[in-house]
Design a protein around this ligand. Structure first.
Ligand code: AHR
Length: 333
């Protein structure tokens, strides 16, 4: 008898579960029919997002943080924004605290490319979608949902193309590199080297790391001038801030930036346009930091289980001295 009763209740439970799963009405204990709850898609004001930012090393980064903050405010999103002050350990700590809070989506701009597997696996285990915003990470593709950010290799190729044009395909270049081991430093360097193969008379004389920071760009450029003096024909600065620092060093050394030494950099911040108008910077390759709207639109799709592309790239251009004055009023960062 007991076995029969147990069998009957198991069967009844299975029928109710199946009906509920199929979205049909299911009988209650009293026998009345109820309409099952349909899942409502999340809206922006219901979204809780954690974002582990790198820090504030450049004008680009400041514009990126501002874009994320203002978009969250405009859309009414609850945003937990952490500033890692350039430390990977701080970004990892922030991600773990977002997991503990149970946010809907986590975003991170990885300061360097490696060392993420463990914490990203924890995010996956917690079932939280992960967006790599701006910089990429060297991890298996199943450890994150989507990357939103520029093609750094292409930026490097473009910078090389500009310097080759400015130097008529021959001369000695020095490179100011960004944060060692970061995706933009590695990607831009690789794209630059790849494109240089097409210009046998153009070569890299020396490279120094200046961390994407203006003051460091000035310092390293001054040291490069001490070592190589007048034999430098061109500078490839992996961001505008370092180029602006290099301009100061070149002037202090007694040469004319943009004329005696051609300079190409990456980002296209307003100060780069001002330097181009002054004739001191020759070209800048755009890397768009205004990623806030794309970030949250993608976060909402992920929170609602909607499909997203694996790599979303913003449209970006190349800017030169001849159009700088006309473009400056349109610049948003
Ligand atoms: O990751 C994007 C790079 O980081 C920008 O080019 C640079 O300015 C920033 O610090």
């Amino acid at each position: 008898m007991i076995a029969l009763a147990l069998y009957r209740s198991v069967i009844a439970l299975a029928i109710v579960s199946t009906l509920a799963a199929c979205g049909n009405s299911a009988p209650t204990a009293s026998g009345a029919l109820t309409t099952p709850q349909t899942i409502q898609p999340k809206t922006y004001p219901e979204l809780v997002v954690g974002f582990a930012q790198i820090g504030a090393e450049s004008e680009w980064r400041t514009a990126n943080t501002r874009s994320i903050q203002t978009t969250a405010d405009q859309l009414g999103i609850e945003l937990d924004l952490s500033d890692a002050q350039q430390q990977q350990a701080n970004q990892i700590k922030a991600i773990r605290s977002f997991i503990a809070q149970g946010v809907d989506v986590i975003g991170v701009s990885p300061v360097v490319e490696t060392g993420w597997d463990e914490v990203f696996a924890e995010v996956k285990q917690a079932g939280i979608p992960l967006i790599l915003l701006d910089r990429s990470a060297n991890v298996p593709a199943d450890l994150y949902s989507v990357r939103i950010g520029s093609d750094f290799v292409e930026e490097g190729r473009r910078a090389c193309g500009e310097l080759a044009r400015l130097l008529d395909g021959q001369g000695s270049i020095v490179v100011l590199e960004g944060t060692q081991g970061s995706a933009p430093m590695l990607g831009r360097g690789a794209g630059f080297q790849e494109c240089l193969q097409a210009y046998p008379n153009l070569h890299v004389l020396d490279s120094q790391s200046a961390d994407f920071i203006r003051a460091r760009g000035k310092e390293e450029m001054a040291a490069l001038l001490q070592t190589h003096g007048n034999s430098i024909d061109g500078v490839f600065a992996q961001n505008d801030d370092m180029a602006l620092g290099a301009i100061e060093a070149i002037e202090e050394y007694g040469l004319r930036p943009g004329i005696d030494i051609k300079i190409v950099s990456i980002d296209a911040v307003r100060a780069a346009f001002e330097a181009m108008i002054a004739g001191k910077l020759n070209a800048t390759i755009e890397c768009n930091p205004l990623l806030g709207p794309l970030f949250f639109a993608t976060a909402l799709n992920l929170a609602n289980d909607l499909p997203v592309e694996k790599w979303i790239k913003p449209d970006e251009g190349i800017y030169r001295q001849d159009t700088a004055a006309q473009e400056l009023p349109n610049r948003l960062y």
